[in-house]
Design a protein around this ligand. Structure first.
Ligand code: SF4
Length: 401
């Protein structure tokens, strides 16, 4: 994937743009004046994969809270500023690593320039955070609605104020709750400026709809090489936002794997086990183990190990047994009731010892046993669920009349 070339800035020690790894952001939902509560959430977000955390700075108590939160935070903190430019100055004084300004809410160019000068002197970046729901009234009147052109014009006007005072540590977002408008806005912006972009679908709502909208908008742009930092705006525990953002980047191959990637077949008439149940059991157990591997749960040994040969490890069911495989090679056969437990045990060993060592420790008879079971199942000609027998029984009942 060729990524769009941009300038680079730093939020604390975290680089954004200019070829840096794409970062995940989230935002706390606590009152910022509640220092311990906010810090607990910041730690939870960092643990779930957030590289940067944004915290609202909406009053003096919040700014004072930031002064205590920032030095104790495990990740750089960005202050979210609306309406009152003085709170941006207070947040800088509190030691934050970055600011987000909403051009729709801070309108006086002199106030914006005052903040930019203070940020420049403190070495902080500013995000110009345009939002379709709070667009400048004049632009709404000019364009009739929050169109991509209106969002980009809002961003460009703000950028000019910042550049007027030689401030260029800028990142930009042009968020909209309507996914196609969001995507078009970022494309237009990407063609116009070379600052790094912060991607997000604003007010996406609760999962699963909010997740789908966020993935649709953010992934579309990332796959076009657009975007340097991302945020899922979900109506949910913000830990879900951080986790989803991190997962998306890992699934797109844009960040190294640190999380479990569970793949599973969708199940079909050949399934020898309840794939949904086994996959869920495996997911919850493996997530608790925090193993950064790809694990496959496959419904049958006929196709499972082959179809999931790219997975680090997997399990495939067949005739009351679980067939444990590593990189497509069956290494152990266990009773079906023990398959999830065996999968977790082998996964732990795989992470500790590596693929080669675990393949060397394989049960020499396992592959032959799996082949035998697969051949037996294959001879059922796809009638593993005795479909013909059942159809015939239904026909018999129907013919009773
Ligand atoms: S692995 Fe087996 S059960 Fe799962 S979808 Fe493929 S054929 Fe069906």
């Amino acid at each position: 994937m060729i990524r769009r070339e941009t300038k680079q800035l730093h939020v604390g020690g975290v680089p954004v743009g200019g070829g840096a790894p794409i970062t995940v952001q989230s935002m706390t939902t606590t009152k910022t004046s509640d220092v311990d509560g906010t810090l607990a959430q910041v730690y939870a977000l960092a643990g779930a994969g957030a590289d940067l955390v944004r915290i609202t700075c909406n009053d003096v108590e919040a700014a004072q809270g930031l002064a205590e939160i920032v030095p104790r935070s495990p990740v750089p903190i960005i202050a979210d500023i609306h309406f009152q430019y003085r709170l941006a100055l207070a947040a800088i004084e509190a030691g934050v690593a970055g600011l987000r300004l909403n051009p729709g809410n801070i309108r006086n160019p002199e106030h914006i320039k005052t903040v930019a000068v203070a940020a420049r002197e403190a070495g902080l970046p500013i995000r110009v955070g345009v939002n379709g729901g709070s667009l400048d009234k004049d632009l709404l009147a000019k364009y009739g609605s929050a169109t991509p052109e209106a969002l980009v014009e809002s961003a460009l006007t703000e950028i000019r104020y910042l550049e007027d005072v030689d401030f260029d540590a800028i990142k930009i977002s042009v968020k909209h709750s309507h996914v196609p408008t969001m995507v078009e806005s970022y494309r237009l912006l990407a063609d116009t400026v070379d600052y790094p972009l912060h991607l997000g679908v604003t007010e996406a709502g609760p999962p699963p709809g909010g997740l789908i909208k966020s993935v649709a908008g953010i992934a579309t742009l990332l796959l076009e090489g657009i975007g340097d930092t991302i945020r899922f705006s979900l109506t949910a525990d913000p830990v879900e936002e951080a986790k989803a953002g991190r997962q998306l980047l890992e699934y797109l191959g844009l960040r190294d794997r640190t999380l479990l990637d569970l793949i599973a077949c969708p199940s079909c008439g050949r399934a020898e086990v309840d794939v949904i149940k086994v996959a869920e059991e495996a997911r919850s157990a493996l997530e608790a183990e925090k193993l950064p591997i790809q694990v496959a749960v496959m419904g049958c040994v006929v196709n499972g190990p082959g179809e999931a040969r790219e997975a680090d490890i997997g399990i495939a069911a067949g005739k009351g047994k679980g067939h444990l495989f590593i990189k497509g090679q069956v290494v152990r056969v266990v009773p079906e009731a023990e398959m999830v437990e065996a999968l977790i045990d082998e996964a732990r060993k795989l992470v500790e010892e590596g693929v080669e060592a675990r393949l060397a420790a394989a049960d020499v008879n396992a592959a032959a046993q799996a082949t035998e079971t697969a051949l037996e199942l294959r001879s059922l000609k796809g009638d593993a669920n005795k479909a013909e027998e059942r159809r015939s029984a239904v026909a018999d009942v129907a013919n009773l009349d």
